[in-house]
Design a protein around this ligand. Sequence first.
Ligand SMILES: [Zn+2]
Ligand SMILES: [Zn+2]
Length: 95
Amino acid sequence: MMEEPVSYMNNKDKCIVCFKEREKDFELIGHHVSYFPEIIAFVHYQCHAKIHDPDKPIAYLIQYEEGDSRKFYEEKTKWQVITDGLQKQILVWLN
Ligand SMILES: [Zn+2]
Ligand SMILES: [Zn+2]
């Protein structure tokens, strides 16, 4: 079974929304810009909330269709069942 490659829009030290460095002792979180293919952007927790702001979301960072998120996690769950026992580390991404 092939795993799709993951692309990252930026590195884990600088937020793609405000362009500031991560705060000491706080990891930036992974936001899914797209699920198919999988594209991740790293952002502050607060900046992540701005991306998903219901009034004015940051459109260029949301390139997936409604329903992709659910489909993605359904597939991930299947894959994790198959590889259960091999997988030492499970990364939990926020949407
Ligand atoms: Zn930020
Ligand atoms: Zn997100």
